[in-house]
Design a protein around this ligand. Structure first.
Ligand SMILES: [Ca+2]
Length: 348
């Protein structure tokens, strides 16, 4: 969808597109640029009461070959409004194939698209349907322009307007760590973080031992209001609790195991007053990646870095976790519970 394209703008786009045709070598080059690793760019202030972000160098020309991802996260029961400044110019092109801004209604690059924008006319006010907006700014290798400045703020989600003024949420955070352990929603009432009738937005910080990463396995999961993500969800963050590190979000009838890239996992559970029967129980297991040559394995083919899962052998059913990990990651070595022996990958 391209918004606000007057006849003048279409003519302007065609002219510029034609002029640029001599240097742009078609869309092939552009497609290559877009698959390059994204470079976070521009300055972005994030505050609970809103903020502003701009394309790099705004209001001077943005540089070529940029891809910037911005993700905005509102608190539960809030939505986002996004306003683009009138001082706006993105290299125009047919269907905004070259430089563009893309806005999606959700936290991920595969969330439903709201619009793709370029040209001289700033996009209209954009409202999210839920707590997230995903925004990408892309600039190809040639022809730059002024760029954009966008302001966002948070507004009450109209889906909850019947509830009137809402009580502040109780502070609800947990710290845990070690080679393995369990995090579970029953801790909320057991540890007195909230009464059984209060809405909760709780976070569990899981810190693995040094140089370890984390594998998360759901032992139990049920949302009282399935598929109503605004009322209840379990989210997994990888590396910090910032929205850029959101790895997975579950609110349907199933939740999948998650492998993290880092040694800091954050589990977040939101449940409104009518969803406090929502529950989860999750087992975390740390694993280490070792150089097998250094660890004593023989053969030159083993000098590559391989993943080693060190399964613990506590009361938490270590064998089951190891078997689950082996099936998920068949190229992984693992150390058996109750033994120092290393078991090779299933593929070999
Ligand atoms: Ca360009």
């Amino acid at each position: 969808m391209i918004y606000g394209r007057s006849l003048f703008h279409i003519v302007a786009s065609l002219i510029i597109l034609h002029l640029s045709g001599a240097t742009k070598k078609g869309t092939e080059k552009q497609a290559t640029s877009e698959t390059q690793k994204s470079v976070q760019c521009g300055t972005w202030t994030k505050h609970a009461d809103g903020g502003i972000f701009t394309s790099p160098n705004y209001p001077s020309k943005y540089p070529p070959d940029r891809e910037c991802i911005y993700i905005i996260e509102a608190a539960p029961r809030q939505c986002i409004e996004l306003y683009f400044d009138e001082k706006y110019s993105i290299e125009p092109s047919w269907e905004c194939k070259f430089d563009h801004i893309e806005v999606r209604d959700g936290p991920f690059g595969f969330s439903p698209i709201i619009g793709r924008f370029c040209g001289q006319q700033n996009p209209p006010v954009i409202k999210s349907s839920g707590r997230f907006l995903w925004i990408k700014f892309f600039a190809d290798g040639e022809l730059e322009s002024m760029g954009f400045s966008a302001r966002y703020n948070f507004t009450p989600d109209p889906d909850f307007k019947d509830l009137g003024v809402l009580k502040p949420l109780p502070v609800c955070e947990f710290e845990t760590g070690g080679p393995e352990g369990i995090v579970e929603s029953v801790q909320i009432t057991k540890e007195g973080k909230a009464s059984a009738s209060e809405a909760v937005d709780c976070k569990w910080y899981i810190r693995a031992p040094p140089r370890s990463k984390i594998y998360l396995r759901f032992l139990d999961y049920e949302m009282q209001n399935s598929n109503e993500c605004k009322r209840n969800f379990v989210a997994v963050y990888d590396g910090s609790s910032a929205v850029e590190d959101l790895k997975a979000k579950f609110c349907s009838t199933v939740a999948n195991d998650v492998m993290l890239r880092t040694g800091l996992g954050v589990i977040r559970m939101w449940a409104d007053e009518g969803s406090r029967n929502s529950r989860f129980q999750m087992l975390f297991t740390s694993f280490q990646e070792l150089n097998m040559e250094a660890a004593g394995a023989d053969g030159p083919q083993m000098s590559r870095r391989v993943r080693l899962v060190r399964c613990s052998h506590t009361h938490l059913n270590g064998i089951q976790v190891c078997d689950s990990l082996r099936k998920t990651f068949p190229d992984t070595w693992y150390s058996a519970p109750h033994s120092h022996r290393l078991l090779p990958p299933l593929l070999q």
